[in-house]
Design a protein around this ligand. Structure first.
Ligand code: SF4
Length: 366
């Protein structure tokens, strides 16, 4: 195939994934388009993040990238090879390059295998290393992910959530991959542990020269480690931009709403407003035109009839919106003071009054 560019490691070409929906004796079969004609190019060595609300299709897209799922239409190219049409035998040869870290570290590890056996397994399948060499590599990988080699004889249930995710990462590294796709790899962990695992992934990326693809529903989680970010809504990419550009000036109204939803660690800087109104429409019957138009505060009549294509804006970013140029230069981000609703103002006043009432008087202080 000649579609590969020198810096592209994974490319999706109008990739679509449909799942069959409800089916009954007197009802026609229905289909849900979890991913709809997504075209992306992921560059070698970058950290590429995909964000969006639950149900937007980001996890399905992640599985398509490493062929844990087959696309219904379109193609997924890894280093120029269309992996969506490869035989299972040919795919097995490429499998060692494309590894996946699951969201739930507990259910992704076989509880009957020791940690050592879990990490050794990909080496048995993908390498010709001898048993002592594999054992040595297991010890080395455990050290790399911040665990003691002596832990290799223990079972997954003996570890905390953060440690289990480290084991999952060590297992993903065991085959010597070029790409690791993490499906919400830290969302099941405590906030303090999330930072440790994110830092670990960053360190390992540099050390092993990896390309990372991270899936997240929270823009705050991937903020500091992404090179580029794709924002998905209802199965489609609506904005794709470099990290700084996206956080400093989100252009798509949906990205702006996601930014507004990021909590700010200050009672005065936090928006209590609902960033988005209305529910996500059913993917069984997505709206015509722009899929975001029923919830978009800027929707025009054009938006409800004509679908905006994902197009280049000329600054290494792409956007699918008819009116994005109107928002350029005056986008509101969470970094600025978010607007407060009247109710939020009342709550803050009440809170301040209560605090004043509870302030200790001099009589309380001996
Ligand atoms: Fe909103 Fe219209 Fe842009 Fe869609 S195309 S995001 S409805 S302004």
């Amino acid at each position: 195939m000649s579609l590969r560019t020198p810096e592209t490691i994974i490319e999706t070409q109008a990739v679509t994934k449909r799942f069959s929906g409800s089916r009954g004796l007197f009802r026609p079969a229905t289909f849900v388009s979890a991913v709809n004609a997504v075209s992306l190019k992921i560059r070698r060595g970058e950290t590429f993040s995909i964000v969006g609300e639950s149900g937007c299709g980001k996890s399905t897209l992640a599985r398509l990238l490493v062929r844990l799922l087959h696309p219904s239409e379109g193609a997924v190219l890894y280093q120029g090879t269309d992996i969506s049409s490869l035989s299972e035998t040919d795919m097995r040869r490429l499998r060692k390059d494309l590894q996946f870290v699951f969201q739930d570290p507990f259910s992704s590890l076989n509880p009957r295998m020791t940690v050592g056996a879990l990490i050794e397994e990909p080496m048995k399948v993908h390498t010709s290393l001898s048993r002592p060499e594999r054992r040595q590599n297991v010890a080395e990988l455990l050290r790399k992910v911040g665990l003691r080699p002596a832990f290799s004889n223990r079972y997954p249930h003996e570890f905390s959530g953060g440690q289990r995710q480290r084991i999952g990462i060590a297992r993903a590294l065991a085959s010597g991959p070029k790409v690791i796709v993490g499906d919400e790899p830290v969302s099941a962990l405590d906030v303090s542990v999330q930072a440790q695992v994110i830092n670990l992934l960053e360190d390992l990326k540099a050390e092993f020269d990896l390309t990372l693809v991270l899936i997240a529903h929270d823009l705050a989680v991937i903020r500091h480690m992404s090179d580029r970010i794709a924002v998905m809504y209802l199965g489609e990419v609506v904005e794709l931009a470099p990290n700084e550009a996206l956080y400093n000036e989100p252009l798509h109204p949906y990205t702006q709403a996601l930014m507004q939803a990021i909590p700010i660690a200050s009672p005065h800087g936090r928006s209590m407003d609902a960033a988005l109104t209305g529910d996500v429409p059913s993917p069984l019957a997505p709206p015509a035109g722009c899929r975001f138009h029923p919830r978009c505060p800027h929707a025009s009549s054009l938006c409800s009839t004509e679908k905006p294509e994902l197009t280049e804006t000329g600054t290494d970013r792409m956007i699918a919106c008819h009116h994005w140029e109107k928002f350029a230069g005056n986008a509101q981000t969470h970094l600025r003071e978010p607007p407060r609703s009247a109710n939020a103002e009342k709550r803050f006043t009440l809170f301040r009054e209560r605090c004043q009432q509870q302030e200790p008087t001099t009589a309380d202080n001996p």
